[in-house]
Ligand binder design. Structure first.
Ligand code: NAD
Length: 498
């Protein structure tokens, strides 16, 4: 029995507070509610359900039961159907979700046509295709270990119950990059979104409950201001895998908490990626792109390039070009179609970014442009796009993730020196190189230890491209076949041939 696909979309905005989704039911949180704040206006735009440890316990129990006692993990076609149904139902709500996402996340509206909304919803279709087309059983043929002939096969099986813990910066992208492949693989899920962006997850939960055929317990969504509920997912023995995106510090805590029960951990963490300009590059085009990249969504993207490495002889010209480009990308109201740089997510995050700008001054850096709050906005957590020069790569602002519209420009003395500076970082998430000579470009791509590289403005982001980091930027890959495989185990089966 499936629902009609053509029901008109009902409004998603909650009359009181958004609900939890636990065992197929939309329920209030046992802890009451908490405020959802628009970071561009500082206004309370509504409330979300405040879950307690008991609510999380019920969600984990439901996911465990749905995995252990239903056909979900074995019915590949049904899972593909549910994922496509969810994609189509959410797309019918695009206009309302766009408005609520910009209000809750503070992301520039233009990004909701891509990775902040429509992109990740559409990607559910890619994961549905994976569920349908995956080779679940591979025949290895016969072999005779110890003189006895056996026929062997490998079976792909879902890992089990997944605890998905996500941050606030690209909530839809990160939520769907976890629940999409996990559900496609046959896992059941408990999603705990960040306290700053509960609606992005909770409203998806409402659509799941009211407009799709997902069986109870298969997907549970638990919103809370209590980070301890994330820790609960990491420690609970009924959870088989924790899929975490967030800061490197929290990633370490998740890994340590998961160790006693030896659950699998999948970590997407921070970055301090380098944008390398070679001496044969179009310097103006490169500096424009570096400026655009770091101010997009106020720099709140883990893969954003935040260190600009330019040939030493071009440093002065590059500073002028970059600060002129940044001046044309002022922080502004995210609902305006032309805005690239919106607000930071919270007062706390703005304090952190301002603290780093002060640290740059204290370390002897020069604030070439920005460095303060934009005068045009007396409300909202805005910070001006900021360019810092005059420091070495060893400076804290060049080593630590700031997560704001802040770019550190550094000189390099040739291609190998640029590679060395790029790699002189605890992180290895992303990167960019600009140049003309393909051999030199390829040598840089090969030399930088990182998970992704864009060449001359190339954009790797797509459902079929695995994304993730090396070093302290994470473990594992999200999206693509590699991302799907994170949620699968392999079982080897042998039968004697008589
Ligand atoms: P955060 O680490 O503070 O929180 C992320 C999530 O973890 C939230 O849901 C939070 O409630 C939860 N959490 C907090 N403490 C926990 C604990 N002890 N155990 C389990 N869960 C816990 O990160 P944030 O401030 O929300 O997000 C910003 C960070 O995320 C940045 O460092 C950024 O680089 C990173 N990020 C990485 C990627 C990536 O794919 N590599 C993508 C986006 C963001």
């Amino acid at each position: 029995m499936t629902r009609p696909a053509t029901a008109p979309p009902k409004p998603l905005r909650p009359a009181i507070a958004s609900d939890l989704l636990v065992d197929g039911a939309l329920i209030p949180g046992s802890g009451g509610t908490f405020d959802v704040i628009n970071p561009a206006t500082e206004e309370v735009i509504g409330q979300a359900a405040e879950a307690t440890a008991a609510d999380m316990d019920a969600a984990i129990a439901a996911a465990r039961r749905a995995f252990d006692h239903t056909d979900w993990s074995r019915d590949h076609a049904f899972r593909a159907h549910c994922l496509r149904q969810l994609r189509d139902a959410l797309l019918a709500h695009t206009d309302e979700l766009r408005e609520l996402t910009v209000a809750e996340v503070g992301c520039p509206s233009f990004l909701t046509h891509g990775p902040q909304l429509v992109g990740p919803i559409t990607d559910l279709g890619y994961f549905a295709d994976l569920a349908e087309n995956h080779t679940w059983t591979v025949d290895l043929g016969e072999a005779s270990p110890m003189g006895i002939k056996n026929r062997r096969e490998l079976r792909s099986e879902a890992v089990g119950v997944v605890g998905a813990i996500t941050p606030w910066n690209f909530p839809h992208q990160i939520n769907f990059a976890k629940i999409g492949p996990a559900l496609a693989a046959g896992c059941t899920v408990v999603l705990k979104p960040a306290p700053d962006t509960p609606w992005s997850a909770a409203l998806v939960g409402k659509v799941i409950a009211e407009e799709t055929d997902f069986p109870p317990g298969v997907i549970n969504i638990v919103t809370s201001t209590d980070h301890g509920l994330g820790a609960q997912l990491s420690t609970d023995p009924r959870v088989d895998l924790v899929s975490f995106t967030g800061s490197t510090a929290t990633g370490r805590a998740v890994m340590a908490a998961a160790a006693p029960t030896l659950k699998k951990v999948f970590l997407e963490l921070g970055g301090k990626s380098a944008f390398i300009v070679l001496d044969d590059a179009d310097l103006a085009a490169a500096c424009n792109m570096a400026a655009f990249s770091v101010v997009t969504h106020a720099g709140q993207g883990c893969a954003i390039t935040t260190r600009l490495l330019v040939p030493r002889e071009n440093l002065a010209e590059a500073i002028t070009l970059t600060k002129n480009a940044m001046a044309g990308l002022a922080a502004d109201d995210p609902t305006k179609p032309g805005t690239i740089c919106g607000p930071l997510i919270s007062a706390r995050q703005r304090e952190r970014v301002e603290g780093y700008i002060q640290l740059a001054r204290d370390e002897g850096g020069v604030i070439e442009t920005g460095g303060g709050r934009p005068g045009a906005h007396d409300r909202g957590f805005f910070v001006e796009p900021t360019l810092i020069s005059g420091l070495e790569n060893s400076a804290r602002v060049a080593q630590e993730e700031i997560f704001g519209p802040v770019l550190v420009i550094l000189p390099h003395d040739g291609d190998q020196d640029a590679i060395n500076i790029a790699n002189d970082s605890p992180y290895g998430l992303s990167g960019a190189v600009w140049g003309t000579d393909p051999d030199r470009i390829n040598a840089v791509v090969d030399g930088v230890r990182t998970g992704t590289m864009g060449v001359n403005g190339g954009i790797w982001y797509s459902a079929d491209v695995p994304f993730g980091g090396v070093k302290q930027s994470g473990i594992g890959r999200e999206m693509g076949m590699a991302g799907f495989s994170e949620y699968l185990d392999t079982k080897a089966v042998a039968v004697p041939v008589l």
